[in-house]
Design a protein around this ligand. Structure first.
Ligand code: SF4
Ligand code: SF4
Length: 437
């Protein structure tokens, strides 16, 4: 069978262990926290407005914060119990986040909810509103509000929805387990999205290092109208939207453009499963599968309630085997370091990696030897060596002219660089955007 791919990229599997071995065979295990602290700014767009106060009793799935603006989504209680406070908490953003904290009463009592019926019979025009009401945002990490992604601008059309099941980042196996254990739900979510957006073709794309998931999804997708499954080469960043679209359809997303400009919408497989829950059961997004790995006693794939503190997540995995030197959400290529274990899990967090002190030490950078490896690895065909020189010189105007804003921050250049250069591209992109250079 042909395996699809893209130019550039890297092979973490060939060079170091990709870190998935510890959890790829670990079935999904539900964990119920003692207390949650749910941020109201998990999604891209305006933060939601709290509608509960300290002392209120809430049920699972009850709205605790309402959507603000057209891209806004509501936030729901992830446990039943008493609201212990609406607080400001420093999480991973520059500014503190408003959070609703709830003491879990352990009863797991749900608010009444009802779906629209089967994904094949639900009224198509009610699917996107149901996705919004369920508070769904992209669960692959971006957290873009899903109803907004599914609502195309006037005059724009797409002909294909791709479900991203590549999970190319190191360490993460959450989507792998989802596709293996709940393949029908993933396919149902795709069918609901296809019907809502009036798109005839749906493709579920999976890397070949997840053969068992590929087989499970292929079986679930057989005889489903317009749905096919694509097998991808195992290569990073295969799951980048531009790389995925090129691999699956052969189309290019133009510089500065979005997937819809290649007539494609890309959704993550976990997002699709959440869409299926919203349509068939009216169930809001209050939990997610998160891979927990590194120096924990029992590396796991946990089904976590949104707002669970990292300290409880680590305890649910038996604690640590050695003193942690660093923790991050996501994989090692694009992960975000945590300040401490009081941070709470959000809808975006597909992985928590706990790194020991020895492995947390970064090697010092040395001067560039002009080997060109970063250029060969860049999936966007940028020149990271040149961009780094421009950023170091503070010449962001020239960096922008050299397509700095097309960088997808995949980290491939830093991974292959023998000089261990820390490419400052996120800061450069933020500055260019803030100064409107
Ligand atoms: S990989 Fe590192 S050392 Fe080699 S050209 Fe790029 S920046 Fe220079
Ligand atoms: S320049 Fe950007 S897109 Fe290219 S390899 Fe580096 S981080 Fe990835």
């Amino acid at each position: 069978m042909a395996r699809l791919s893209f130019k550039g990229g890297i092979h973490p599997l060939k060079e170091i262990h990709e870190g998935k071995h510890a959890t790829k065979d670990k079935g999904i295990r539900a964990y119920m926290p003692e207390e949650v602290c749910i941020p109201l700014d998990q999604h891209l767009g305006a933060p939601s407005t709290p509608v509960v106060k300290k002392g209120d009793m809430v049920l699972v799935g009850q709205v605790i914060a309402e959507a603000v603006g057209p891209k806004g989504i509501p936030v729901h209680a992830s446990v039943s119990g008493e609201v212990t406070g609406v607080v400001q908490k420093q999480l991973l953003h520059d500014k503190p986040s408003t959070c609703v904290c709830i003491k879990n009463d352990g009863a797991d009592t749900w608010v009444e909810h009802a779906g629209l019926g089967s994904v094949e019979t639900a009224p198509a025009d009610q699917i996107i509103p149901a996705v919004r009401s369920a508070g769904i945002c992209g669960m692959g990490g971006a957290c873009f509000p899903t109803h907004a992604k599914m609502t195309l601008p006037e005059g724009q059309t797409v002909d294909t929805i791709i479900l991203n099941g590549s999970e190319c980042e190191t360490f993460i196996t959450a989507d792998h387990r989802l596709m293996l254990e709940q393949p029908e739900q993933v396919v149902d979510g795709l069918r609901a999205a296809m019907r809502a957006m009036k798109v005839a073709k749906g493709i579920i794309a999976i890397e070949e290092n997840k053969r068992n998931a590929y087989e499970a999804i292929t079986k679930a997708a057989s005889a489903r109208e317009g749905v096919s499954v694509a097998l991808l080469k195992t290569k990073y960043p295969q799951g980048g939207e531009k790389q995925l679209i090129h691999a699956v359809t052969g189309r290019e997303v133009p510089s500065g453009g979005l997937p819809m400009h290649a007539r494609v919408v890309v959704l993550n497989v976990a997002t699709a499963a959440a869409i299926a829950d919203a349509v068939t059961q009216g169930k809001p997004l209050i939990e997610r599968i998160t891979t927990v790995t590194g120096c924990v006693k029992e590396p796991s794939n946990l089904l976590l309630r949104v707002g669970t503190p990292v300290s409880e997540v680590i305890a649910a995995c038996g604690g640590t085997t050695e003193e942690p030197g660093k923790m991050f959400f996501g994989g090692s290529m694009t992960g975000v370091a945590l300040p401490d274990d009081t941070v709470n899990v959000t809808k975006a967090n597909n992985c928590l990696v706990v790194v020991n002190k020895k492995d947390a030490v970064l090697k010092d950078a040395t001067p560039c030897i002009r080997c060109g490896r970063c250029v060969a690895a860049c999936p966007i065909m940028l020149n990271p060596m040149r961009l780094n020189e421009l950023c170091e010189a503070g010449n962001l105007e020239e960096a922008k002219k050299n397509n700095m804003m097309d960088c997808i921050l995949c980290g491939s250049c830093g991974y292959v660089c023998p000089a261990k250069i820390k490419f400052p591209f996120k800061e450069a992109k933020d500055k260019i955007a803030a100064r409107r250079i």
